[in-house]
Design a protein around this ligand. Structure first.
Ligand code: TYM
Length: 329
């Protein structure tokens, strides 16, 4: 069985973008792959976060993973900080990453371009740690949204570099980016990504939003003056985004939705999508509330820590031997 691995940072509240671009894939593939899904809390502190908020977001993320359909019998769910091998391999791989390639990562470039002055060294070396997350488990595939593809490609390069220098050590991973839903856009500025840190609450749907309020956000989503329901990302990015959201949540193809809405108005489309989002969130939050009150999350993370830890330990030992840290045999 091939291995799949991915993670999400517990910074900010989880969005519909995180669900559509990432978690939905995790749940879909867990029957076919050996699945490792973690909470990237080491990555979370590359920016300044309030410890209380980090705790709450971490708990919410575990419960939401399960509420979104991750089955702990099939998927190993764990906290990145519980498996110290991530940090250790992260350092080793930082020493195999070049300044130039880290400088080319768009996430880092965007932050520097905005003139942010509080960029930490951790934020800069973030992709090397991400490579360690992936390579520790010999992941064949890494399901991510489009914004993380470049980081997975860097992990591939680092794996190949390491293998060439020291002999076959790591599986070279491949990013898995879905055709539809890899970049869910802002509801108010549909040429920008829907993100956890959007300034305007109306631009983003959070998985723990009040379902009725989420419906309203869909109803007030920015569209265009063309007035025809069709999938045209360039000229009608708002409508294209709504069609993407609806298609990924219902499983109906975009073509089929467009066909059904021939001759109808944007209001009709928004109403159907809004109703569906309201139902989706109500059901999801019902499961989330049950899970968060059941105490199961702690047990899931403990089992995950043990299972992931065993594998990570074995791989790190091999790496240490390769680089010359193991001196007596
Ligand atoms: P993070 O926490 O920013 O995002 C988690 C996942 O959600 C996807 N995503 C989206 N997909 C579609 N549309 C959107 N608007 C949208 N917003 C976010 C992201 O692409 C991602 O898949 N560095 C990673 C976490 C990480 C990781 C890893 C992932 C750490 N180590 C190893 C994979 C493998 C991150 O910050 O994702």
């Amino acid at each position: 069985m091939k291995t799949m691995l991915s993670g999400i940072k517990p910074t900010g509240k989880l969005t519909l973008g995180n669900y559509i671009g990432a978690i939905r894939q995790f749940a879909k593939y867990q029957d076919e792959y050996e699945m490792y899904i973690f909470i990237a809390n080491l990555h979370a502190i590359t920016i300044q976060v309030d410890p209380k908020e980090l705790k709450k977001n971490t708990r919410d993320l575990v419960a939401l993973y399960l509420a979104c359909g991750l089955d702990p019998k099939k998927t190993t769910v764990f906290l990145q900080s519980d498996v110290h091998e991530h940090a250790e391999l992260g350092w080793i791989l930082t020493c195999h990453s070049y300044m130039g390639e880290l400088q080319r990562m768009t996430q880092y470039k965007d932050k520097t371009a905005k003139g942010e002055t509080n960029i930490t060294a951790g934020l800069f070396t973030y992709p090397s740690l991400m490579a360690a997350d992936i390579l520790l488990y010999d992941a064949d595939y890494v399901p991510v949204g489009i914004d993380q593809k470049q980081h997975v490609e860097l992990a591939r390069n680092i794996a190949e570099r390491f293998n060439n220098r020291y002999g076959e050590t790591f599986t070279v991973p491949e990013p898995l980016v879905e055709e539809v839903g890899a970049k869910v856009m802002s509801l108010t500025e549909p040429t920008k990504k829907m993100s956890k840190s959007g300034d305007d609450e109306k631009c983003v749907i959070y998985l723990l939003d009040d379902p009725k309020a989420a419906r309203k956000k869909i109803m007030s989503a920015v569209t265009d003056s063309i007035g025809i329901i069709q999938y045209d990302v360039e000229n009608q990015p708002g409508i294209a985004n709504l069609l993407t959201i609806h298609s990924t949540l219902t499983g109906e193809s975009i073509d089929s939705i467009v066909e059904r809405f021939k001759g109808k108005g944007y209001g009709d489309l928004k109403k159907e999508i809004g109703d569906n989002i309201e139902k989706f969130l109500t059901e999801l939050q019902g499961r989330y509330n049950e899970i968060i009150n059941s105490g199961i999350c702690e047990q899931v993370l403990e089992e995950g820590r043990l299972k992931a830890g065993k594998l990570a330990h074995k791989k790190l030992m091999k790496v240490k031997k390769r680089v010359g840290f193991q001196i007596f045999n």
